[in-house]
Design a protein around this ligand. Structure first.
Ligand code: URA
Length: 234
C-alpha cells in the first residue's frame, strides 16, 4: 500500500495532509525517514512511525453517531483543557470526527476509525447536506430569510446559499431549519451575525440521510448498515 494511503486509512489525517506530513520528513518506516509519497509499505510487516508514534491500520472499522452536548470540543486534546467529545466515548480505537461542531453547538457528530470513509464524507465535492435547528433572538422577517437563502455577505465575501425555513416565533425567539452543503468555519453563526440576530441554540440534526433521531445528549450508538450505505452512496 502507498505510504500516504496507509497513513490516511489509519486515521492520521486527510490524504492531502498526509502528503504534507510525509514531505516534511515526519514519517519513519522501519527506522528510516521516508519523504516519498508513493513509497510502498508492507502493512503486515513494516513499522511506520509519525512523530514518535507507531501507526497501525485499524483491525476493524467503527462508525458511531454521537449527540454532542454544548460545552465539548471536537478535538482529541483541547489546548484550553476543556472537555472533549472523546470524554463521552468508551472505545479503544483511535476515532476521529467527520467534520466538526463548535464548542457551543450541539447535535449530530459521526466518528470513525475509517480514514478513507471520513475523508470522503467530509470532502466538499460530495456536497453532503447538513441540517441545523436554530433558535435565535427576535422575529426573523421574510426579507432576512431571503438574504440568507441567497447568501449573506460577511466581510465582503458572499457566504454559500442556504435553505432556510422559519418554523415558529414565540416569546421573542424564532426557531428555524437551516440546511447547508458546505461546512465553512462557523458558517451558520456567521450567517445570523451578519443579519444581526444572536443565536441562542444551534443543533445539527442531520448529515445526508443520517438523522440524530432520539439519541440523548452525550449518548451515542453505532450507525446502522443502511445509514452507512447512504453516506457512502452520496
Ligand atoms: N455552523 C456553525 O456556525 N457552527 C457549527 O458548529 C456548525 C455549523
Amino acid at each position: 500500500m502507498r505510504l500516504n494511503k496507509f497513513l490516511s486509512n489509519s486515521g492520521v489525517a486527510s490524504r492531502r495532509k498526509c502528503d504534507e506530513i510525509i514531505a516534511e520528513g515526519k514519517v519513519f518506516v522501519n527506522g528510516k525517514q521516508v519523504t516519498e509519497l508513493g513509497f510502498k509499505v508492507n502493512e503486515k510487516k513494516d513499522k511506520v512511525m509519525v512523530e514518535g508514534k507507531v501507526i497501525k491500520l485499524p483491525s476493524s472499522f467503527v462508525y458511531i453517531k454521537l449527540n454532542k452536548p454544548k460545552g465539548y470540543a471536537c478535538t482529541a486534546h483541547d489546548e484550553k483543557g476543556r472537555k472533549t467529545i472523546y470524554d463521552l466515548i468508551d472505545c479503544d480505537e483511535r476515532l476521529f470526527s467527520v467534520g466538526r461542531l463548535d464548542y457551543d453547538t450541539e447535535g449530530l457528530i459521526i466518528l470513525t476509525n475509517d480514514g478513507d470513509f471520513a475523508n470522503k464524507v467530509a470532502h466538499p465535492k460530495y456536497e453532503m447536506e447538513k441540517e441545523y435547528r436554530v433558535t435565535c433572538e427576535g422575529d426573523i422577517k421574510e426579507s432576512e430569510l431571503a438574504v440568507m437563502r441567497k447568501g449573506v455577505v460577511v466581510d465582503g465575501t458572499r457566504m454559500p446559499s442556504a435553505k432556510v425555513e422559519k418554523l415558529s416565533y414565540e416569546n421573542g425567539f424564532t426557531k428555524l431549519s437551516v440546511v447547508i452543503n458546505e461546512g465553512q468555519n462557523r458558517q451558520v453563526r456567521r450567517m445570523f451575525e451578519a443579519i444581526g440576530h444572536d443565536i441562542k441554540l444551534l443543533k445539527r440534526v442531520r448529515i445526508g440521510d443520517v438523522r440524530l433521531g432520539g439519541i440523548s445528549r452525550g449518548e451515542y450508538r453505532d450507525l446502522t448498515e443502511e445509514e452507512l450505505n447512504s453516506l457512502v452512496r452520496n
